[in-house]
Write a protein that binds this ligand. Structure first.
Ligand SMILES: [Mg+2]
Length: 396
């Protein structure tokens, strides 16, 4: 698994293999065991038009591309991401508050994360602060993996040869016909699990759409529904009465993500497993939901929680409670982390919305998806090489 990466780095043998050459850092003359120090953080904003609109309120995504330089000449490449809210705010936090603070620190992702979280905390324990922190954390993990002559997945320890991908769509605004056609594309692509949006003003319309998709899928493929926080508790119970008979794998975010009290009541009575987490930003909030018995499946977004460092801590917390962890969107990042997880995860692939499909990568994607299974492509570090300017992305 390490061979293509070592070749990409000019090594020829995977790091750690018998007879492997010294890692990159030693080739540069850096003493073993002495981490380099951060000399510079830079960021730039890429605004990416979506190929399939997520609705009037989300016509595009924003990627805040980050670069961290170190005193041994190393460069780490990372990113933050937000579909709608706050790209300029994230960039301003990185440029004005984060960059001066991390300059001079040892380039170690986990120690930088803890210091930076403490530093930014008066601006909020999670949210824009943690989204900005992901740009630092991802760049540092990329740097550490490159120094070790491997991928981030390799550095963290690959536990799965491949992971399953499920088809997902931001499709509440699709007509019934468009929705059915999308479900047919997912089946043709080999997906064994798919997820659609619910939350129409009339629950009978949701039922009609779920029934139509279930018919396309047949009885054996998994079907999930996501209400994106559109309902209150009574509406959710009514929806479960109507939708509960369609063999749903989970119901996602029916209620406002903050409402722990309501989720606890819901889960006590729901016949369908409850999934949430894309709008929880810290390990403390995940702990609160898990210990309250308010959730069956958690879906942390690796960027929104602040990067790989806190994501891994959340994964271990969930494991101790037998709660499944399914990372939220960003398949090219989530997939790399899912390959390191002890329990098999499902990776969410929103149709035509991967970075590669959006045309923002200069190089091939760090992951491959074939017949609904995701594998590593064998690139060093995190493997993201973003376009230089917004004008370069997008399909004709
Ligand atoms: Mg969702």
């Amino acid at each position: 698994m390490g061979s293509p990466i070592a070749e990409a780095l000019g090594g020829g043998r995977p790091a750690g293999a018998p007879g492997a050459e010294a890692p990159v850092a030693q080739e540069r003359g850096v003493a073993a065991g002495t981490p380099p120090r951060i000399t510079r953080l830079s960021s730039r904003l890429l605004t990416v038009p979506l190929l399939r609109s997520w609705g009037a309120e989300a016509p595009e995504n924003h990627v805040i591309v980050t670069e961290i330089h170190t005193d041994d000449g190393g460069v780490g490449h990372g990113f933050s991401w937000t579909p709608t809210i706050g790209p300029q705010a994230v960039k301003a936090l990185l440029d004005f508050d984060v960059a001066p603070f991390i300059t001079g620190l040892e380039a170690k992702a986990e120690t930088v994360w803890d210091q930076l979280w403490k530093r930014l905390h008066e601006a909020g324990g999670g949210g824009l602060t943690t989204i900005a922190m992901a740009g630092v954390d991802l760049a540092l993990w990329d740097l550490q993996a490159r120094r070790a002559g491997t991928s981030v997945t390799g550095l963290l320890g690959q536990r799965q040869e491949s992971v399953e991908v499920y088809g997902s769509g931001v499709n509440l605004h699709y007509s019934l016909e468009e929705l059915v056609t999308q479900a047919e594309r997912w089946v043709a692509a080999g997906h064994q699990a798919v997820k659609i949006k619910v939350g129409k003003p009339d629950i009978r319309e949701d039922a009609e759409r779920v029934a139509a998709v279930r018919k396309v899928l047949g009885p054996d493929r998994k079907l999930m529904v996501d209400a994106n926080q559109r309902w209150d508790l009574p509406t959710t119970f009514r929806a479960l009465d109507v939708l509960g008979g369609f063999g749903l794998e989970w119901l996602e975010e029916p209620l406002r993500a903050d409402d722990l009290w309501a989720y606890r009541r819901l889960r006590r009575h729901s016949p369908v497993p409850i999934a949430l987490g894309e709008n929880l930003h810290t390990i403390y909030r995940f702990r609160d939901f898990i210990e309250a018995g308010a959730v069956d499946i958690i879906q942390p977004n690796i960027v929104r929680v602040g990067g790989i460092t806190p994501f891994r801590r959340i994964v271990e917390l969930a494991r101790t409670h037998s709660i499944r962890v399914l990372p939220h969107v960003l398949p090219e990042l989530s997939g790399q982390l899912a390959l390191t997880m002890a329990e098999p995860a499902l990776v969410e692939d929103v149709e035509d919305a991967s970075f590669e499909q959006l045309g923002v990568l200069n190089s091939p994607s760090p992951v491959r998806v074939s017949n609904s299974r995701l594998t590593l492509a064998g690139r060093p570090g995190l493997g993201f090489d973003f376009c230089a300017r917004s004008s370069e992305h997008g399909r004709p």
